[in-house]
Design a protein around this ligand. Structure first.
Ligand SMILES: Cc1cc2nc3c(=O)[nH]c(=O)nc-3n(C[C@H](O)[C@H](O)[C@H](O)COP(=O)(O)OP(=O)(O)OC[C@H]3O[C@@H](n4cnc5c(N)ncnc54)[C@H](O)[C@@H]3O)c2cc1C
Length: 379
């Protein structure tokens, strides 16, 4: 790992100018997306995007922790937006594990090389925390066991980057509504299929990072099913360990960088020491926990409910960091980003969502209480 890190940083130093954003900071979401895809393409051509991914999907093999090193290095150097980049970690491992092998071998390199973007179609209006109650329906064109295609009707919401995406990992209802998690099937859907409408939604920070997605008689070939019929819950569950381990490392690197920036711009007084110190403790706690989780993942352990602890810690650390920013740079947050020439305001606003996306803080605490501490069963 030391050797990898050393070589990676040497290479990043050497290619600093080529990798730097070609727009004036802070830039728009369109520019961040274009920058990320450009950087992925350069890193893929040089091999760095392929380390830690299996050879059967065009990777160079090795521990998944090589991927976390790359993500952290990019975030630490402000080369790409860490939130956007981390979506690779959320979706690619699941497609590798559940898609037919030829499909994964064809698609994963496109994601890693910046040729494509993918999105995650899970949440629906009224169905976020209680994912087992989704309604978006897939109906077989014929007998379910032999149908060559499925027809999808329904709606998703809060689908991050849907308007930039070429494919979607989509959860659909294939059993009766009462079947709950036993009647869900996942599909890997081309976003340019007729019948799909994407309507971007404005977030509190003014960006249009997520969208409503409507499915109107959308025809999907049966070989785009991920996993088995009615086996979609396994896909939803398989995403969680990655969403809460390898994914966090780059976020942590970025938050350290933001804290350092607060130290640089803050005054040398007790107030700065107190608020930055508090955020630093939260961040360090998260970092220690997350490293253990990554080691467990890398050694092949199956991660489960205990990753809810990591999720609570990342949300707490993120919000503490930006609470510190609010106390030390109130004008940058209250007015607009241009005050400090950085993204403090929109990052502060985005940090409020850290206790919502990927499972809310309340739901994580329920899981910790019920499944880890045995404090009573789900109702
Ligand atoms: C920035 C962002 C990006 C997102 N990206 C995606 C994406 O790409 N794909 C996707 O599918 N989804 C995405 N989501 C949606 C996200 O997964 C949901 O918002 C989240 O799961 C919560 O669901 P909900 O919004 O329906 O809220 P609800 O489930 O309606 O919850 C409302 C409130 O009730 C509380 N609550 C609910 N159930 C319980 C309970 N049993 N016990 C205690 N409290 C409870 C919640 O904690 C919350 O405070 C994103 C969300 C955000 C904010």
């Amino acid at each position: 790992m030391e050797r990898f890190r050393h070589d990676l940083h040497a290479w990043l130093d050497e290619h600093r100018d080529e990798l730097a954003p070609d727009y004036e900071r802070p830039g728009t979401l369109d520019q961040h997306m274009a920058q990320m895809q450009r950087v992925k393409s350069i890193l893929h051509a040089a091999g760095w995007m392929r380390y830690g991914w299996p050879e059967r999907v065009g990777g160079l093999g090795g521990s998944p922790m090589l991927r976390t090193e790359l993500g952290a290095a990019l975030a630490g150097r402000d080369i790409t937006d860490p939130g956007l980049f981390s979506l690779i970690e959320v979706l690619a491992p699941t497609v590798i594990d559940f898609a037919p092998q030829a499909l994964a071998a064809e698609m994963v390199p496109r994601l890693l090389s910046g040729e494509e973007m993918w999105c995650q179609g899970f949440s629906e209006p009224g169905t976020g925390s209680d994912l087992a109650s989704i309604h978006c329906r897939a109906t077989p064109d014929g007998d379910p066991a032999t149908a060559e295609q499925w027809i999808i009707n329904g709606q998703k919401v809060w689908t991050s980057l849907a308007q930039y995406s070429d494919r979607c990992v989509l959860l659909t209802r294939t059993g009766s509504p009462e079947s709950r998690h036993r009647g869900i099937t996942a599909f890997f859907v081309d976003m340019n299929t007729p019948g799909i409408t994407v309507a971007p939604l404005e977030m509190i920070n003014g960006e249009h990072e997520f969208a409503e997605v409507f499915f109107d008689d959308v025809v999907v070939p049966a070989d785009r099913m991920l996993g088995s019929l009615h086996g979609g819950w396994a896909i939803a569950m398989s995403i969680l360990p990655f969403e809460r381990s390898s994914c966090f490392w780059q976020r942590i690197a970025y938050l350290y960088r933001r804290l350092q920036r607060l130290v640089d711009v803050g005054r040398d007084d007790d107030r700065t020491a107190e608020v930055v110190g508090n955020a630093f403790v939260q961040l360090h706690m998260l970092r220690s926990r997350s490293r253990v989780t990554q080691h467990r993942l890398a050694s092949g352990e199956t991660l489960g409910a205990e990753t809810s602890i990591d999720k609570v810690l990342v949300a707490t650390a993120e919000q503490s960091t930006y609470d510190a920013a609010l106390r030390l740079l109130p004008e940058a947050i209250a007015l607009d980003d241009s005050v400090a020439g950085e993204l403090w305001r929109s990052e502060y606003l985005y940090s409020r969502a850290a206790t919502i996306y990927g499972g809310t803080a309340e739901v994580q605490r329920n899981i910790i209480a019920r499944r880890l501490l045995d404090l009573g069963a789900d109702e």
